[in-house]
Design a protein around this ligand. Structure first.
Ligand code: COA
Length: 389
């Protein structure tokens, strides 16, 4: 398993994340895509195909058939365009599809983006739409929404490994501290562990500050080969691994409840493909849709043993100057989580880190970075590893 042609990202673009008001999906995507094209120095005629991650423009904006609409608005005429939907991993899957199309030789230059305009609907309707990403018969239909799913996993993790609400709150405090320095982030609001623990309960034991928010936003990347990157302006960052796994939809079909088998399998595949070890990773963006998800991700990827990520986070070891900087962007928790855009924006942040242009968010001497993008409650998993050339 490997890439037939070496692949690089040469352009990155993002909109601000947040509750953006009266703006459409097509406008958000166009802004991110043009920024990425400008950054890469590619023009319309260079682009061979478009992949766009989007969960549900149909429910959120009454707009289906998004794939041709977005390049149409970008004036990319008659181009092959594909929408990928894999719940919260829709963006990661768009990038992986772009990578496969370039590595195979099918395309030379591809636009991979993600977009979601969620705040058109009230929270109750957004929650219902998101719940469609779980097993409808056994979970959503019985009233289990995503905060509920992750709350159950948090409870079990607390029971088996002694994880505490303070450890989860420490994930949120770090996320908000990092997001304070990220101009794209939804929240610029410093919090404390006490404030997180005192915030309203959403699904016991998860408080408001344990949850990622409802967000509008878009992000885009330009993908090409390492060889062809020399023809363009954008500083290339190589993709040295792309891994994807599925798992059972229903949680009751899984052997355990304190992590995701799909993360572990995808991580093993990714490290094998990249031919590196866990200790070689300098910076990572993980899918912290809830604070417990960051703890489980760090354990499942293999950075920490089971039960050891929470204490490590509490000790500050995952801060920007710690031994494993995690989510220096502010993560889903505080940068925001516009579902389809999230996987792409994680890679945007890692590319900035590896280029050394992350400003106040910069992790010193970052050469290898990783992203983990989780779909639903782990039914899909997409991981990427990137390296400075
Ligand atoms: N973290 C921190 N603050 C948040 C927040 C979050 N996740 N969500 C909302 N807020 C803030 C708002 O900015 C607002 O602050 P203000 O009063 O100072 O303006 C306040 O809380 C109320 O916001 P509101 O939008 O009314 O909150 P809500 O109760 O409708 O929604 C949640 C809060 C947690 C229920 C909602 O954000 C949610 O459902 N999150 C999870 C999304 C999800 O499941 N994603 C998929 C993951 S797999």
């Amino acid at each position: 398993m490997g890439l037939a042609r070496r692949v690089a990202i040469i352009g990155i673009g993002m909109t601000k994340f947040g509750a953006l008001g009266d703006v459409t999906t097509r406008e958000l995507f166009t802004e991110a895509a043009y920024k990425a094209m400008l950054d890469a120095g590619v023009t319309h005629k260079d682009i061979d195909g478009v992949f766009v991650g989007n969960l549900s423009s149909d429910v959120f904006e009454h707009q289906m058939h998004l794939a041709p609409l977005l390049p149409d608005y970008l004036a990319l005429d008659n181009i092959p365009a594909t929408r990928t939907e894999a719940a919260c991993a829709s963006g990661g899957l768009a990038l992986r599809s772009a990578i496969m199309s370039v590595a195979s030789g099918m395309y030379d230059v591809v636009l991979a983006g993600g977009v979601e305009k969620m705040t058109n609907l009230p929270t109750s309707q957004v929650t219902e739409a998101l719940a469609m990403c779980s097993d409808d018969i056994y979970e959503a239909n019985l009233g289990v929404t995503f905060p509920g799913v992750f709350a159950m996993m948090a409870r079990r993790h607390m029971y088996e490994y002694g994880t505490t609400p303070e450890m989860m709150a420490a994930v949120a405090v770090k996320a908000h501290d990092n997001a304070m320095l990220n101009p794209y982030a939804q929240f610029h609001k410093k919090i404390t562990i006490d404030k997180a623990l005192e915030s309203p309960m959403v699904a016991d034991p998860l408080h408001l500050y344990d949850c990622s928010p409802i967000t509008d936003g878009a992000a885009a990347l330009i993908v090409t080969t390492v060889e062809k990157a020399k023809e363009f302006e954008g500083q290339p960052i190589e993709v040295i691994a792309s891994a994807q796994t599925s798992d059972t939809m229903a949680l009751h079909d899984r052997p355990e409840f304190t992590g995701f088998r799909s993360t572990r399998i995808a991580a093993d595949k990714a490290f094998k493909m990249a031919r590196i070890e866990r200790k070689d990773v300098d910076v990572v963006e993980v899918h912290d849709c809830f604070t417990i998800a960051e703890i489980m991700a760090l354990e499942d990827i293999g950075f920490f043993k089971k039960g050891e990520a929470g204490p490590a986070i509490l000790e500050g070891r995952t801060r920007r100057n710690g031994d494993l900087p995690v989510n220096p962007s502010g993560g889903l928790k505080a940068k925001g989580h516009p579902i389809g855009a999230t996987g792409i924006s994680q890679v945007f942040s890692i590319v900035e880190q590896l280029r050394g242009v992350a400003g106040p968010l910069q992790v010193a001497d970052a050469e290898i970075g990783m992203t983990q993008n989780l779909g639903g409650s782990g039914g899909t998993q997409v991981l990427h590893i990137l390296k400075k050339l």
